[in-house]
Ligand binder design. Sequence first.
Ligand code: 5AD
Length: 319
Amino acid sequence: MEKETFIFDRNLFQKADQVRKRFCKDEVHLRGIIEFSNHCCRNCLYCGLRRDNKNITRYRMEPGEIAGLAVKIVAKGVNTIVLQSGDDFYYTQKSLGRIIGEIKQRTGAAITLSIGERPLDDYRAFRDSGADRYLLKHETSNPALYRILHPGQALKQRLKILEYLKKIGFQIGSGNIVGLPNQGIKDLVRDVLFLKELDVDMAGIGPFIPQKDTPLAAQPPGDLDLTLRILAMARILTKNAHLPATTALASLDRKNGQLRALRSGANVIMPDFTPVGYRKDYRIYDNKIGLSLRKAKEIISKAKRTISRGRGDSLKKRP
Ligand code: 5AD
């Protein structure tokens, strides 16, 4: 079957669900996310954290506050901590290394970083401090579109970093946005093939959602059904990659977005533990929901799946 028609297969969701069951079983992994800073030196056209956005209140969490929160999250049975922020160089190699080391030492949990592009040397230091995984979405595999959406950045550099992260022993995650302006079905198919080729351990796939203080404010959001189809295709092609039911999906359909994702190939969900006072300022897109642990568990139970008690490490065999 042509790859593009494959996306429109009537039984795509069922097929993806079968592949998920075979390779990932019925366990859903919880990842506790801390959005510890909304400062960003980049200027991505779609993102509300872009440096030119003067309409958000910027915040940074103190190292002790971040580590203390991580300890509380692990005490609740969540065994992966995701540290996410804008590209914020206020946190140096040394200070971030200390935060990572402290979390590792106090919890033993898996640590995932999602803090953007840094000098390669920083990644090595973070790995040595105890970070296990790194998320760096490729956002779009179309190089021309990538260049327009990320002023001053290049898709090539993104790939170079991902390869490097893999080489130094990180479990890597990438992923893409569905429904960006001027993006075609062919681009989306290439996104999924890209994930397969890179042999990612994890991939986050979510719809584009406009943010009112960005140049793309007036653009329509990505389509829910199409996003789920891209997710399903990613499941079928990557087989055992960890794929989250992303928060952006819930922003399109609060009631069923993430439940439908769990039924279309996803096997991960990421409750948000960012302190409420900061949460409203982590405005990467409009109407972003803050998923509670209770709600995440409710969705898992609705999907008739179980909660993983382990760390949920990569299911890929690496040489
Ligand atoms: N719509 C959808 N996803 C977005 N992200 C940032 N801005 C938007 C938006 N407007 C996603 C990017 C980034 C992640 C943290 O949030 O994929 O990697």
